[in-house]
Design a protein around this ligand. Structure first.
Ligand SMILES: *Cc1c(COP(=O)(O)O)cnc(C)c1O
Length: 375
């Protein structure tokens, strides 16, 4: 009798649907035989990392035989200084993804519930189900988090609430006062994770966007996550961090792999943090690119969801899967979001001006032939 290893897996894992990443450029070139592919699908910084980060990586190469600093001392001290907290409030992660997983592993059992919103980051259901906990998912309000609905789902079984601010894939954001009131209503035995992966962009885009890290002293159950993958342009190296009370950080530290952040990532993140000019350039590039994209959508008569991130969801007014496919043949990779329950939208990352222009031209071509076919 053949063993079914699927049956042997824990119930949560057995029923998991794996995360679907954006299509890699090399895969598209291989499978579709197209050249000059541009990828606007994973919210990476089109300018790449800070030159200082690259230099730091090069300098670290000679030490590759050594294990990294498992405590991430220098980076944690720098981050603590930046945020006005103590280093024991900083937990480093292999991307902030790692931290989301550490949080459920440290605090959530199959008896617990985890609250998050529909159309929120795909990793929340994965880390919830992986530990066998129940997900309680609220409907969206204007494509954004409905905090009243989230509050209504919190009960004695709730252990973690995940809030992406701004949200991915919708780009919607919560204003400071609303989020603050919500935090006041949540019992302190329920951890609230405010995922600020796009913090730098959102700060630049929306005057009412709050820095949740400033509330750490007031809300002991608050965990704020940040990443070097987005505005800092280091997605390939995997570095993120969480800010929390020292006691919470201590629990995350217990389940963390001893060397979860590699030495190149630590060195690059430290250097990237110091390079404010590169960050400013990246934000300016995003501001201009967002305007370029959204003006084109308006000109094409396509609705979009206003976004505080470095990406935007456009309603292509038909089955987005077909438009996504047609764009692939044009050598343009964007992100279908049907798996997020948004079958008519495509999420596009703001790229360089010429990349945005190529996407817009391809979208125009593809959607106009679609419209003709529909007539
Ligand atoms: C991209 C993203 C992350 C994490 O990315 P890492 O590369 O793992 O740091 C976390 N949350 C949201 C909402 C994201 O979009």
């Amino acid at each position: 009798m053949a063993v079914s290893f699927t049956e042997l897996a824990t119930p949560g894992v057995r029923n998991l649907r794996p995360y679907v990443p954006g299509k890699p450029i090399a895969e598209l070139e291989r499978e579709y035989g197209v050249r000059d592919v541009i990828k606007l699908a994973s919210n990476e910084n089109p300018l790449g990392p800070s030159p200082r980060a690259l230099k730091a990586v090069q300098q670290s190469l000679s030490q590759l035989a050594r294990y990294p600093d498992g405590a991430g001392f220098d980076l944690r001290v720098a981050l603590a200084q930046r945020h006005g907290v103590t280093p024991d409030q900083v937990t480093l992660g292999n991307g902030s993804n790692d931290l989301l997983e550490l949080i459920t592993r440290a605090f959530v059992t199959p008896q617990h519930e985890v609250v998050f919103s529909a159309h929120a980051f795909a990793v929340y259901p994965i880390v919830t189900q992986a530990v066998g906990a129940a997900a309680r998912v609220t409907a969206v309000h204007n494509w954004g988090h409905d905090l009243n609905a989230m509050q209504a789902l919190i009960n004695e079984r709730s252990r973690v609430v995940f809030i992406a601010n701004p949200n991915n894939p919708t780009g919607t954001w919560l204003a400071g006062p609303a989020l603050e009131v919500f935090l006041q209503t949540v019992p302190s035995s329920v951890l609230v994770v405010v995922d600020e992966a796009y913090f730098e962009y959102a700060r630049d885009a929306a005057a009412d966007y709050p820095d949740a890290s400033l509330w750490l002293a007031r809300f002991p159950n608050l965990i704020v996550t940040r990443t070097f993958s987005k505005a800092y342009g280091l997605a390939g190296l995997r570095a993120g961090y969480a800010l929390s009370q020292p006691e919470v950080a201590g629990m995350l530290d217990r389940v963390r792999q001893p060397f979860n952040v590699n030495s190149l990532a630590q060195a690059a993140a430290l250097a990237a943090l110091e390079d404010r000019e590169h960050l400013a350039r990246s934000l300016a590039c995003n501001r201009d690119g967002m305007l370029q994209l959204t003006s084109a959508f308006t000109a094409l008569g396509l609705a979009y969801i206003p976004s505080a991130g470095n990406f935007v969801c456009v309603d292509v007014a038909c089955d987005a899967a077909a438009v996504y496919e047609a764009l692939l043949y044009e050598g343009v990779i964007v992100r279908p979001v049907a798996n997020y329950g948004m079958p008519r939208h495509l999420r596009v990352t703001v790229g360089l001006p010429e990349e945005n222009a190529r996407f817009i031209a391809a979208l125009k071509k593809v959607t106009s032939s679609k419209l003709q076919a529909a007539r």
